[in-house]
Ligand binder design. Sequence first.
Ligand code: GDP
Ligand code: IMO
Ligand code: MG
Length: 429
Amino acid sequence: MQSFLQSLGTSVGVIGTQWGDEGKGKLVDAISGHFDYICRSTGGANAGHTIYTDGTKYVFHLLPSGLLHPKSIGVVGNGTVVSLPDLVQEIENLEHSGLDMKDRVKISLQAHLLFDYHKNIDAELERRKGKDKIGTTCRGIGPCYQDKIARRGIRVEDLLDLELLKEKLEQNCKFHAETLQIETDAEAEFEKLMSVREKVKPMLCDTRILLLKAYKAQEKILFEGAQAHHLDIDHGTYPFVTSSNVSAGGISTGLGFPPRAISGLVGIAKAYTTRVGAGPFPSELDNDLGEQIRQSGGEFGATTGRPRRCGWFDAVVVRNAVEFNGLDSINLTKLDVLTGLTEIKVATQYFLDDKEVFNIPTTRKANKELLRVEYETLPGWSEDLGGIQEFSQLPENAQKYVLRLEELINCPISVIGVGMDRQDLIYRA
Ligand code: GDP
Ligand code: IMO
Ligand code: MG
């Protein structure tokens, strides 16, 4: 692990390269003991980051996953959308499992407050879309960012002026009730927030300054990405995306951290591909084999429990994420899930009208009818990967698979996941 960490430096970002759930939380947890601050810059509780350690399962939604390490401090940045009652619940869950959380969570005063009406609007707008729905997590993420961009959002700092907070809440509730014919209750929202105000007040601060000071003092900072490159509002498969910039650029805007101070970026890529919700998925296996991978990989959403769509590793998808984000290396996860397949396919190229294209097309017709995906077939392996700690101990065909992916995505695969536990990682020189 040491040489992997050394190669990345002291301010490191972890970014999903596919459509989320690649196993970001697991790597963040595994390396967090070497960092002072673990930060979330974008998104909200739509994320579900799972960690298994010594047989215990933890799922983090808005809190950074590094908090299992007693010394790390979790930062929730200005780019996030935060339901404070839900965040307090997440903190209390960790306290109940025996962790001391005192002074270990810092919340940006500029983050946007997410209310129950955002969740209701999210669910109702999805319902109204019918068959065209996006398949959101219904955590209120899109509606809260809509309020932010429309400049009627309510920020964490508004907790410091209760009169103003009440006024803004009433205005917003009225606005949404009138424009969407949705029931809202400003008083109930206010009371709910007040019930956690005293608990969260000591956590509120200018997280930009906090991190800048930490950086200048040469403390170590880890940026935990949520969602993934292809769910990015600008660069993902729009409109089947989330509502924030979850690619590497979001680290700077979502935390106020200078872009050139980010010393290293690791991408997380599953050894196959999954996606929850609607939207294009060129290498999808909508058949028995897809179901087999879903079962052996336990591919059910950590936030909503929905079955994840499964398919082959798509080198076009990951290569795009590598190029766009300037990734230094990749953690390939869940290689063990492919054990037992006689053949494994990898999507290598896309063609439209026999012309190679380098992105997922955005039109429905192109995706559903015209896109031709080129595959390469590699031999599988049957040996159990459990407990393997060295690349050279992997079955020969598993090694060949990793080396071929490395070539196709044009980025070193430095870490390989071979099981659920935080120990189940192979670090390559
Ligand atoms: P995240 O959102 O990117 O943090 O990923 P999720 O936690 O939503 O989903 C990844 C799932 O795969 C979790 O249940 C992890 O425990 C599990 N996982 C991560 N890496 C590995 C691995 O190498 N092998 C296996 N079998 N499971 C893994
Ligand atoms: P982590 O961090 C997988 C997907 C939803 C939906 C789309 C929009 O665990 O990888 P939203 O609720 O954000 O408006 O939903 O984005 N989505 C995720 N898919 N992993 C996630 O997070 C996701 N967060 C959002 O399924 O398709
Ligand atoms: Mg997840």
